[in-house]
Design a protein around this ligand. Structure first.
Ligand SMILES: Nc1nc2c(ncn2[C@@H]2O[C@H](COP(=O)(O)OP(=O)(O)OP(=O)(O)O)[C@@H](O)[C@H]2O)c(=O)[nH]1
Length: 307
């Protein structure tokens, strides 16, 4: 099945995300790839959409942040883009106030999780702002840290206004927070597109189980059920999950029911909602340092017992 690559552009307000997006769009165009963009602005009027040329499908989510108030809108728009435009790649520019785990959570809808491959989170850091972050509120400081900690590729941007000593300090601080991500010093977010394209992201889906290994960072995994499972056994599986799994959601069919349940799991609390029609039986996981192979094997076992 053809999957659409998804990249999330994260980073605090004014760090250089739109500048990065413009370049990536130019590069993608040169390579004849079909690109779509989703932008999310705080406030009703979009100021950045001029960055995207008219022939690139663009969906804007106004008046709210992806991670809090407009989840359903994001889901519907992504689904629309995937089914109508079928792009090779979608760039999602998250608002500067977004937490990466929540952005991933919103992007990975179980309705189409098997049709997308989240290749990575690219965080743009405003170097000067980072070095002076102690003057920001504790919440904003924490957000800056989270945007670095969960990134797959980090651009240390606006280095033109930093001296060498500051650049070295910036690199060291960022790498000590996230030594796994590839980190580049940039001006005007200039990054060779190969660095972006070679991100491999989390795990695509259960079919590629042979590639599934422990991810050291935040990653995602999609399990596609073919059968129903026993509810008690599934709940037993949940009880034994590592607590670095932050979120599970999706559709699951139990042996006693004709139609699936919408299942939501966060902070250890499961919630089930009965559906009254068939749904794609995708179960989406988001976690950190998780052995997805083990999770895959356990779910497969549950399924096989009832096949
Ligand atoms: N001096 C300098 N300015 C830069 C650099 N990169 C971006 N800028 C400028 O910083 C400003 C903000 O850049 P954007 O790309 O709009 O940042 P953004 O992260 O999309 O901003 P929001 O949409 O507000 O979150 C613009 O005026 C850019 O021209 C850089 O490397 N050096």
């Amino acid at each position: 099945m053809m999957t659409t690559e998804i990249y999330v552009l994260a980073g605090f307000l004014g760090s250089g995300k739109t500048t990065l997006l413009k370049q990536l769009l130019t590069e993608e165009k040169k390579q004849n790839r079909k690109v779509a963009v989703m932008m999310n602005e705080l406030g009703k009027v979009s100021i950045d959409s001029d960055a995207v040329e008219d022939d690139v499908p663009l969906k804007e989510l106004l008046d709210g942040c992806i991670c809090c108030s407009i989840q359903d809108q994001l889901e519907a728009q992504l689904q629309g883009l995937l089914s109508l435009e079928k792009p090779d790649v979608i760039y999602i520019e998250a608002t500067g106030a977004a937490h990466p785990v929540e952005v991933l959570d919103d992007v990975l809808s179980p309705l189409f999780a098997d049709k997308i491959h989240v290749k990575g989170i690219i965080s743009v850091v405003d170097g000067e702002r980072w070095l002076n972050r102690k003057s920001l509120s504790p919440q904003v400081q924490q957000l800056l840290i989270e945007q670095v900690r969960h990134a797959d590729l980090i651009l240390l941007n606006k280095t033109d206004v930093l001296n060498e000593e500051e650049q070295a300090r910036l690199s060291m601080e960022i790498q000590s927070l996230n030594g796994q991500a590839f980190t580049l010093l940039t001006t005007y977010s200039k990054v060779p597109i190969q660095y972006v394209r070679k991100l491999s992201g989390g795990k695509k889906h259960s079919q590629i189980s042979s590639h599934v290994t422990t991810d050291l960072k935040l990653s995602t995994f999609v399990y596609k059920f073919e059968n129903s499972v026993d509810q008690n056994e599934f709940e037993n599986f949940l009880r034994n999950l590592p607590d670095t799994i932050y979120r599970i959601k999706g559709y699951i069919k139990f042996t006693f029911s004709t139609y699936p349940f919408l299942f939501q799991f966060s902070y250890g609390m499961p919630i089930y909602l009965q559906e009254n029609m068939n749904m794609p039986l995708n179960l989406v996981f988001i976690g950190e340092k998780v052995d997805w192979q083990l999770i895959y094997d356990k779910l497969k076992q549950l399924e096989n017992r009832n096949s």
